[in-house]
Design a protein around this ligand. Structure first.
Ligand code: FAD
Ligand code: A2P
Length: 273
C-alpha cells in the first residue's frame, strides 16, 4: 500500500481514548514494561485492569485486558507486558516507543482490590509471570501498609531474568522517600524460579504446601482464615491449584460484592480456555 495518508500509524493517528507512551523498558525477549500519560478523569483502585490496544491495518482497535501496574497516586500509568510473537496485539505493542500513541479505554474493573477482602493482618500476593502486574500497583499503594501488618509478595518465573522487573520494583520501593518507611519491615519479597538455579526455587504451590516459605521467612504457618488474606494472579492452572491450597486452610474466595479471605484473577486467558 503506497497511500500513507490512509495507513494508520501509531505515531500520528487521531484515535479516541489515545494516550501517549512516555517510557519503554525491555526486560527480556518476552517481557517489557511501558508508561503512558494518564487521562485526567481516570480514577482506579490499585489492582484493577483496563482495556488497552492499538489499531490494526484498517484502523480497527485490537484491545486486550491489562492490569494497571502503577499505583493510583501516580501521574502516569504503567503496564507490564508479555510479547507473544504472533499475538494480535503484542506482536505490535512490543515495538512502541516514547511519543507513540496507544488506545486506553478508561473503565477500570477487577477483583484484586482491597475492597474485596475482609480486614486481616497478613496479606499474600501470589503471582507467576506477568501476574505480578496488579501487585506492582498494590505494593506501591500506601493503603496496603495501612491495612496490613505484613505483606508477602511471592513471585515465580521459570528463569531469573523474568524476575527482574519485580526485583527492581521492590528495591526502589524500599528506597523510596515517600513510601519507603511504611514498607520497611512490612514487605517480604519471596521470588523463586523453577527452571534455572536461584537462591530460592520452586513453585508457589509447593512452597506454600510444604511450609517452606513460612520457614524461610520466619513466619507462622500455614495461613489462618482469621488473619491471612490473599490475592492470586497467574495462569488458570496456577489459580486453580493455589485456590485449592487456600481453601484447604479454610480461606474462602471473595468478590467486590462479597468480601472474604482471598480473591483471584487470571493473568491471561490461555489457549483454548
Ligand atoms: P492473545 O491472542 O491475547 O494471546 C495469545 C496467547 O498468548 C494466549 O492464548 C496465551 O497462551 C498467551 N498469553 C497471553 N498473555 C499472556 C501473558 N500475560 N503471559 C503469558 N502468556 C500469555 N497481559 C500482560 O502481558 N500484562 C498484563 O498486565 C495483563 N493483564 C491481564 C488482565 C486480565 C484480567 C486478563 C484477562 C488478561 C491480561 N493480560 C495481560 C493478557 C492480555 O490481555 C493479552 O492476552 C496479551 O497482551 C497478549 O495479547 P495478544 O493479542 O498479543 O495475544
Ligand atoms: P514450572 O516451570 O514448574 O512449570 P509459564 O511460563 O508456563 O506460564 O509458568 C510460569 C511459572 O509458573 C513457572 O515457574 C511455572 O513452573 C509456574 N507454574 C505453572 N503452572 C503452575 C501451577 N499449576 N501451579 C504452580 N505453579 C505453576
Amino acid at each position: 500500500m503506497n497511500d500513507t495518508a490512509t495507513k494508520p500509524d501509531a505515531r500520528s493517528l487521531v484515535m479516541p481514548d489515545a494516550q501517549t507512551v512516555t517510557a519503554v523498558t525491555h526486560w527480556t525477549d518476552r517481557l517489557f514494561s511501558f508508561r503512558v500519560t494518564r487521562p485526567q478523569s481516570l480514577r482506579f483502585r490499585s489492582g484493577e485492569f483496563v482495556m488497552i490496544g492499538l489499531p490494526d491495518e484498517r484502523g480497527k482497535p485490537i484491545l486486550r485486558a491489562y492490569s494497571i501496574a502503577s499505583p493510583n497516586w501516580d501521574e502516569e500509568l504503567e503496564f507490564y507486558s508479555i510479547k507473544v510473537p504472533d499475538g494480535p496485539l503484542t506482536s505490535r505493542l512490543q515495538h512502541i516507543e516514547p511519543g507513540d500513541q496507544i488506545i486506553l479505554r478508561p473503565k477500570p474493573v477487577g477483583t484484586l482490590v482491597h475492597d474485596a477482602l475482609l480486614p486481616g493482618k497478613r496479606l499474600w500476593f501470589l503471582a507467576t509471570g506477568t501476574g505480578i502486574a496488579p501487585f506492582a500497583s498494590l505494593m506501591r499503594d500506601p493503603e496496603t501498609y495501612e491495612k496490613y501488618d505484613q505483606v508477602i509478595m511471592m513471585h515465580t518465573c521459570r528463569e531469573v531474568a523474568e524476575l527482574e522487573y519485580g526485583r527492581q520494583l521492590v528495591e526502589n520501593l524500599c528506597n523510596d522517600e515517600l513510601i519507603g518507611e511504611m514498607v520497611e519491615g512490612k514487605l517480604l519479597y519471596y521470588p523463586t524460579t523453577t527452571r534455572e538455579p536461584f537462591h530460592h526455587m520452586g513453585r508457589v504451590t509447593d512452597n506454600l504446601a510444604s511450609g517452606k516459605v513460612f520457614a524461610d521467612l520466619g513466619l507462622e504457618g500455614p495461613m489462618n482464615p482469621a488473619t491471612d488474606r490473599a490475592m492470586i494472579c497467574g495462569s488458570l492452572a496456577f489459580n486453580i491449584d493455589v485456590k485449592a491450597i487456600l481453601e484447604g486452610w479454610g480461606l474462602r474466595e471473595g468478590a467486590n460484592s462479597e468480601p472474604r479471605e482471598f480473591v483471584v484473577e487470571k493473568a491471561f486467558v490461555g489457549d483454548g480456555i
